[in-house]
Design a protein around this ligand. Sequence first.
Ligand code: FES
Length: 111
Amino acid sequence: MRRLPRDDGPRVRMEFEGQPLLAYAGDTVAAALLAGNHWNFRATPVSGASRGPFCMMGVCFDCLVEIDGVANRQACMIEVRDGMRVKRQLGASDIDGEADPFAQGEQDAPS
Ligand code: FES
C-alpha cells in the first residue's frame, strides 16, 4: 500500500512513538501512520502479535492505538490534528480507568 502522489493541502505535525510525523490535514491517523511507513499499530493481549489496520472503516479494530493518553482509539476513524501524540497499544488497555486484571506482571487474574 502506498499513498498516491500529493503535494497540496495543509500539513499537520504530530508524533508517533515519540518521533515527529508530518501528515496531511484531513487524513485519518491510520492513513498518516501508513504513509509514514508505520505498519505495527498494536500488540495483541494474549500472544503479543503485531497488528495493523485491515478494514480502514471501523470494523476490525486492528488499528487500536493510544492517542493523547487515551487507549482503544480506532486510528482509521480519527482525523489527525496538530500536536497529536500517538502510541502503539500494547496488550489490553484499561477500561474505565481500571487496570487490566489479565495484564502480565501486574497482578494475578481474579478467581
Ligand atoms: S482498520 Fe479496521 S477498525 Fe480500523
